[in-house]
Design a protein around this ligand. Structure first.
Ligand SMILES: [Zn+2]
Length: 273
């Protein structure tokens, strides 16, 4: 758990946990001998993947960005978001908005809690937000999202889910921006306050090497040709504003900045501001 200020917005990083995952999935369009030169793996080809989500306190709003793995704990390694929230000094009843950057289970599984054989909102006073294109893509029988019904459909049925089209100003200093590629309705979250900017990227990038190799994409991207184009304009915006970045799947706390190098970019981790 790390807390810092972005202008008048308090940003808290919540560590849902990490576990070893096959690295090759993140570099699906790259020959193995090329990415292996830059990514040290364990003997089974795995790397430790972080799951860092965020909480924004701004004026009267308490906005949670993604909700983690929930009951999918990978042997106790993940699903720690609520403990982290508590450690940061907040209760789940205080959350006023939950943004799901996209519909995948590592970002939505603590949206709900099981109660009396049904799933109810974990954050009982919050409105939930999801890109409409993700709903349209994944809510049908071919959606192939683990636990979609309990994580998202239950909220829609309860009238708590708002589907987002285009950009949406969620609070005075907080805007949701469409950043498609990883999924069709993927959104990133821009915090802009008193001249400072931070961008919660969601899964625009999964690994720090995606910053230095914007053409390298994961096998989970629904439109792998679009991902590099989204990165291109988003990286330019980040550089122009010297934005602090949150890359949820980077090593904890998932914070960094983009630096321009000769011929490209690099991810520079930030451990504290
Ligand atoms: Zn993810």
């Amino acid at each position: 758990m790390l807390q810092l200020a972005v202008g008048r917005v308090q940003l808290t990083l919540l560590d849902d946990g990490s576990f070893p995952f096959p690295a090759r999935y993140f570099f699906a369009n790259v020959p193995p001998d090329v990415w292996q030169r830059e990514v040290p793996t364990d003997a089974t080809g795995k790397i430790d993947v972080g799951h860092n989500y965020a909480l924004l306190r701004c004026a009267g709003d308490l906005i949670l960005l993604d909700t983690g793995y929930g009951d999918d704990t990978h042997g106790g390694r993940t699903g720690h978001l609520l403990e982290e929230l508590h450690r940061s000094g907040y209760r789940r009843e205080q959350v006023t908005a939950v943004v799901n950057t996209h519909a995948h289970g590592d970002h939505t599984s603590r949206n709900t809690l099981a109660a009396n054989r049904r799933h109810v909102a974990t954050f009982p006073n919050a409105r939930y937000y999801l890109g409409r294109a993700d709903w349209e893509r994944f809510s049908g029988p071919d959606g192939k999202i683990h636990h979609f019904d309990q994580n998202l459909r239950s909220l829609a049925d309860a009238g708590r889910l708002t589907l987002v089209d285009g950009a949406l100003q969620l609070a005075p200093d907080v805007t949701l921006l469409p950043t498609p590629g990883h999924t069709p309705g993927h959104m990133s979250v821009v915090i802009e306050s008193l001249g400072a900017m931070a961008i919660y990227l969601g899964d625009v990038c999964h690994h720090p090497l995606h910053f230095s190799h914007p053409g390298w994409v994961s096998c989970f991207d629904t439109d792998p040709d679009l991902t590099p184009r989204t990165r291109d304009w988003l990286f330019r915006m980040a550089l122009e504003h010297d934005a602090l970045l949150v890359c949820p799947h980077a090593a904890a706390p998932g914070l960094g900045r983009l630096r321009r190098l000769a011929g490209g970019f690099a991810w520079v981790p930030v451990t504290a501001e």
